[in-house]
Each structure stands twice: as structure tokens, then as C-alpha cells.
Design a protein around this ligand. Structure first.
Ligand code: NAD
Length: 346
């Protein structure tokens, strides 16, 4: 009956990275069955998946990964051969305002998936063959001064509830590897940018505020540094790590592309000055940069993240290919186009 060789459970696939990943993955592997479980929080959008939603081998489950009854049922009904766990509360600011949902989805949710997979795969004698891929972040390593980079050996030192919940999830995943011999792999990525990102995140906020003629808020002195990675480069890294990464290993994924927040804001505004010329004139400003406003710093704001991804390059041959200037332009163009479609102002 089932001619498809693999059924992969993807969680949080209606979010930014998950939806880009599913679209990429289903094009590349048309013979895989994909189950996508997503709670559709404020960050999850069914619209992100229009390219795959009608495919016969794509199945969407509107549900919560903390719901062990539902997750166990998925394992009973489908022969799940791998899991890629994207589902998470992902916004640091929200975690500072209310950390509870982060404990629920990021820690308890991961534990629920680990337990269900462990029970099912153990019964089938497949515990060491089938793969649990935990999607993580460089934020688990804490914050850097102006020198140094995070390697896979850097001790975890999370500083905010979001990164603490992601570090906890990684530790649980590692523990299932050590305790039960489960085939776990973790990838820890730097900041992603690209299409379909939630409007609360830095780059979409800069664009939407600029086009609305509102101030563009930048925390503190704007000199916090992030290492930016185009989302499709991340998806390609996940594909490689999921298939070929060593069992129980962690791989860092980064763009070697450090930028301060104020540099990002200025660059996005320059692109907008060109692409949304008439909007800028209508707002009577010389440049969208005029809207940049420094605000009170984020509590516990990590100063700098920088990732050493050489293990991934040396072992699996991965390298980011998107040039930052081009990737950012493409990203901004996409958001502006969408804005023009939904707005009466041009
Ligand atoms: N965005 C980045 O720059 C970045 C960088 C490194 C790592 N990550 C990690 O990658 C993953 C995806 O990040 P993103 O930016 O796409 O996040 P996102 O917030 O855009 O999407 C998260 C998705 O998870 C879903 N979700 C949340 N809680 C759930 C639950 N309990 N059950 C089922 N679904 C749930 C949401 O509905 C949403 O669709 C996260 O694990 C995040 O920690 C993100």
C-alpha cells in the first residue's frame, strides 16, 4: 500500500525555517512522505506551505508537540523513520516577557517527541537506525566579546529563557542518545534571514515599520553582533546533517557573516530607498534610515554571536553559498512585493 520508503515527521513546519525546509526537501525528495505537525501559533502560517499543501505525500496535522496522546498516535498510525524538530517558541523578547510557553513547547515538547520515538523505535529494533534531529541555535552557547567564535565544544551558557529552553532541549536529546542509544543529532545555527519570517523578527520589523512610516526600533547602541545565514543555506545544511551527520554529534551552522544590528538596519533601509522610492517620497523623508530610533536595550542582551562551522564543512562538505548583499536584497524585495499586494499605498 505504502510505496513511499520514508515517512519523516517534521514539527513546526509552518514556521519560518520549517516551511522553507519542507518546500526544499519535498522538491528534492519527491518519494518521501512528510508529516508536518504544527500548533499554528502566532508564528505558524498555513500560507507558508501553499507550494506543497496539495501534494499527495504531504500531510498536515494541526496539533501540539506536547500532546503525548496525539504524538503517540502519530507513531502508531505511521511508520515514522525520522524526526526533524523545528517546533519551538522562538522569539527571545517574548521569552523575557513570559517564559512559560518556552518551557512547555521547547523543553516538554522535545521530551514528548523523544519519548514517543524511543518507545516506537525500540519496539521495532530501530533505535540506533532511525534519526532524531534536534534543530537548535548558537544562542545556547551564551555571548561573546569582540574575540572568539563558538565551536561545538563551547560549553552551554544560555542567558535568556529562550536560549535556556533550547539548551535544555539539546541536553534531553543528548541524554536519549547516551541512555537508550537513540540516533540523535543536533544542529546549532546562527541567525537566519530570508522569506516567510515572522513579522516580529528584526529584518521583517525593519521593513514593515519603514513602509508604514513608523520608527524602526533598534536596541541599545545597535552594536550587538549576529552571524547571518540565508535560510536556504541552513535548509541544505539540515538536509546533510539529517542524512549523513554522525550519531550523537552536534554541528554548528553559520554564515561567517557578522553584522551589527545597526548595519543590518542601515542596509535594509538603503535597499528600501531604492525599491520603495515612491513610498519614501510620500512619507517626505530623505531615507528610510531617518526612521531608525535607538530604544532601551533588551534585558540581558547577548553582545555577540559568531559560529565556527568548519566541522560541518570538513565532514559533510557544506558551505553557505548565498552572498549576503544579494540574499538580503532578494529578501527585502520579497517582503516589499507582498506589502504592495496587500497595501493600497504604493
Ligand atoms: N530563526 C532563526 O534565526 C533560528 C536560528 C537558529 C535556530 N532556530 C531554531 O529553528 C527552529 C525554527 O525557528 P523559526 O525561526 O522557524 O521559528 P518560528 O517561530 O518561525 O516557527 C516555529 C513554528 O513552531 C510552531 N510551534 C510552536 N510551538 C509548537 C508546539 N508546541 N507544537 C507544535 N508546533 C509548535 C509554530 O506554530 C511555528 O510554526 C526553532 O527550533 C528555533 O529555535 C531558529
Amino acid at each position: 500500500m505504502n510505496k513511499l520508503k520514508h515517512t519523516i515527521l517534521i514539527t513546526g513546519g509552518a514556521g519560518f525555517i520549517g516551511s522553507n525546509f519542507i518546500t526544499y526537501f519535498m522538491k528534492k525528495y519527491p518519494n518521501r512522505r512528510i508529516l508536518n505537525i504544527d500548533k499554528l501559533t502566532y508564528a505558524g502560517k498555513a500560507d507558508n506551505l501553499t507550494e506543497v499543501e496539495n501534494l499527495e505525500n504531504y500531510h498536515f496535522i494541526h496539533g501540539d508537540i506536547t500532546d503525548s496522546k496525539l504524538v503517540n498516535q502519530l507513531f502508531r498510525e505511521h511508520d515514522i523513520t525520522g524526526i526533524i524538530n523545528f517546533a519551538a517558541e522562538s522569539h527571545v523578547d517574548r521569552s523575557i516577557n513570559d517564559a512559560k510557553a518556552f518551557g512547555q513547547s521547547n523543553i516538554l515538547g522535545t521530551l514528548t517527541l523523544l519519548q514517543a520515538a524511543q518507545l516506537d523505535w525500540d519496539k521495532k529494533g530501530e533505535l540506533s537506525n532511525r534519526r532524531f534531529h534536534q534543530i537548535s541555535t548558537d544562542e545556547v552557547y551564551g555571548s561573546l566579546d569582540s574575540e572568539g567564535v563558538f565551536s561545538e565544544e563551547t560549553p552551554y551558557d544560555p542567558r535568556n529563557p529562550y536560549s535556556a529552553s533550547k539548551a535544555s532541549a539539546n541536553l534531553l536529546a543528548k541524554s536519549f542518545g547516551y541512555t537508550y542509544g537513540m540516533n540523535v543529532v543536533i544542529s546549532s545555527s546562527s541567525n537566519n534571514y530570508g522569506p516567510k519570517q515572522n513579522e516580529e523578527k528584526l529584518i521583517p520589523t525593519i521593513i514593515s515599520n519603514a513602509l508604514a512610516g513608523k520608527s524602526i526600533p533598534i536596541y541599545g547602541d545597535g552594536k550587538n553582533i549576529r552571524d547571518w545565514l540565508y535560510v536556504m543555506d541552513h535548509c541544505k545544511a539540515i538536509d546533510l546533517i539529517f542524512h549523513y551527520g554522525q550519531t550523537q554529534a552536534t554541528y554548528n551552522v553559520g554564515g561567517s557573516n557578522e553584522k551589527t544590528n545597526i548595519e543590518i538596519a542601515a542596509q535594509v533601509c538603503e535597499i528600501l530607498d531604492e525599491l520603495a522610492f515612491s513610498r519614501r517620497s510620500a512619507l517626505s523623508i530623505d531615507s528610510f534610515k531617518d526612521l531608525i530610533t535607538f530604544t532601551e536595550d533588551r534585558k540581558g542582551h547577548d553582545r555577540r554571536y559568531a559560529v565556527d562551522a568548519s566541522k560541518l564543512t570538513n565532514e559533510l562538505g557544506w558551505k553557505p553559498t548565498e552572498d549576503f548583499t544579494e540574499g538580503l536584497r532578494k529578501t527585502v524585495e520579497g517582503y516589499v512585493q507582498k506589502w504592495k499586494q496587500t497595501s493600497l499605498i504604493h
